[in-house]
Write a new protein. Structure first.
Length: 463
């Protein structure tokens, strides 16, 4: 067989059978893994390959991978969500937002209001194959009523008019055809338009996000939607004189003075918010909270409580400002220097509502209402990504444990979009969105800011 032509072929076949494929994937070794469902697991090795976690094993297990990250002394949590963002609200931020989010460990965002012609190109760019950007879910415009708050005159244009139920049904069908992930109902819709929106969204299997419409009570509107933003207008339904306040509100919504949508909404908030808080009735409020037990609350405490914890008082604020676009940086530096949210007589009502918001979140959480973490970035000194960590701190201050706060930024958003089999925890088969921390976030939630590395869609976005 020495000179046989079969010999080289046989040798090649045998040799090929002995060659092992080159290892792939990346391992984060000997790390403490933390997620809100599985709790704390020490001395773990987490392996991801592409956009999938392929193994979570004891650090004693032998692994063959292409790359390795030393996790000793570090803590690994799922990628974070900011569950309330506006990608196109402020043109100064739109281009830089994806990178800013990822730099702070925010690997998924829910855009809760933008006109389709502006937001759709941004979403498509973020979803482009290979783009280094968070996962993005979007609603399209704020669906307002006969009057529009965000009309492009008083405020940036991110809302649309839906004067009749037919308008609402047509708008939602069009949004569905353009690929929105959910809808956002706003404050000046009438009760009949609200009902039409809910029916249309349910028929089209679109989750519903909402402010409590000013025409309705929270205990009536809340059970029909999947999430409510800012805790706004819930205070009326917690007041001892709620029926009287609501009748006054319904009369004002006829808008006899011809106010703009923004002026109309603001006048009602100014007239009734603090009055309702001062007339708090525990039994009535508990009835309202009970009605909301299946409706995720996105309290945006970072926004509601800004007079309690202004961002410019933080030691890392100047560093955070240095990372945002130059024109915004100059304006926000000047605004910060004026300290607009300090404890002054001018901010007394804001502080009252801030304290109410903290109180209400604690009471809701105690009674089992689901809480999700969102910030309303870039509104009111909210730096994309950075502000999410402030929200986590505020949630803990309001009574959530650090692990529950992490769950509010990981598990609850995934649950909202029926994605718990893909996102929210660190397990085999889940998406490879991960944040590696240098310190234990359960010891101090502010350690969520101490980021060593970020993995987005299986790629290192920060290391």
């Amino acid at each position: 067989m020495k000179n046989s032509p079969v010999a080289p072929l046989l040798f090649a076949v045998i040799f090929a059978g002995c060659v092992q494929p080159a290892p792939t994937g990346t391992a984060i070794t000997d790390v403490t893994v933390i997620d809100a469902i599985n709790g704390v697991r020490e001395h773990q090795t987490v392996i991801f390959d592409g956009d999938e976690i392929v193994a979570v094993t004891s650090s004693d297990t032998d692994t063959a991978v292409a790359n390795s990250i030393d996790g000793r002394g570090k803590y690994l949590i799922p990628g974070l969500w900011d569950f309330h963002v506006h990608l196109t609200y402020d043109d100064r931020f739109t281009e830089s937002m994806p990178e800013l989010f990822l730099s702070y460990g925010v690997t998924s965002v829910r855009d809760t209001g933008g006109l389709m012609h502006k937001v759709l190109p941004v979403v498509e760019k973020m979803r482009t194959e290979g783009a280094l950007a968070p996962r993005v879910f979007f609603s399209g415009p704020l669906l307002d009523g006969n009057f529009v708050v965000y009309d492009g005159v008083s405020r940036p244009e991110i809302g649309t008019r839906n004067a009749t139920p037919d308008d609402a049904r047509a708008t939602i069908a069009d949004l569905k055809s353009q690929g929105v992930d959910f809808i956002k109902v706003y404050e000046l819709v009438s009760a009949d338009v609200f009902a039409a929106m809910v029916a249309a969204a349910n028929e089209l299997e679109l989750p519903i996000d909402s402010h409590v419409p000013l025409s309705m009570r929270a205990s009536i509107a809340g059970p029909s939607v999947d999430s409510i933003e800012h805790l706004r207008n819930i205070e009326l339904d917690c007041a001892s004189n709620a029926p009287e306040l609501h009748e006054t509100r319904l009369a004002a919504l006829q808008n006899p003075e011809g106010l703009s949508g923004y002026e109309l909404r603001s006048s009602l908030h100014s007239l009734q918010r603090i009055l309702a808080v001062s007339n708090y009735d525990e039994a009535r409020c508990d009835q309202t909270i009970a009605a909301l037990k299946s409706t995720t609350q996105v309290p945006t405490l970072r926004l509601n409580g800004i007079s309690i914890m202004p961002p410019y008082t933080r030691d890392d604020w100047e560093d955070a400002l240095s990372r945002i676009p130059g024109d915004a940086r100059a304006a926000w530096s000047a605004e910060s220097a004026e300290r607009p949210y300090d404890a002054t007589d001018a901010n007394a009502d804001a502080r009252t509502f801030a304290k109410w918001s903290m109180f209400l979140v604690e009471r809701m959480h105690t009674q089992g209402v689901p809480i999700a973490a969102g910030t309303d970035t870039p509104i009111r000194l909210s730096i994309p990504g950075y502000s999410l960590h402030s929200e986590l701190e505020m949630l803990v201050r309001a009574g959530l444990t650090p692990l529950e706060a992490i769950g509010a930024a990981t598990v609850k958003p995934a649950e909202y979009f029926s994605l718990l089999d893909e996102m929210g925890t660190i397990e085999t088969g889940m998406k490879a969105d991960l944040v590696l921390l240098d310190a234990d976030p359960l010891a101090d939630i502010s350690n969520s800011r101490r980021i060593s590395a970020v993995v987005s869609k299986g790629r290192l976005a920060r290391h």
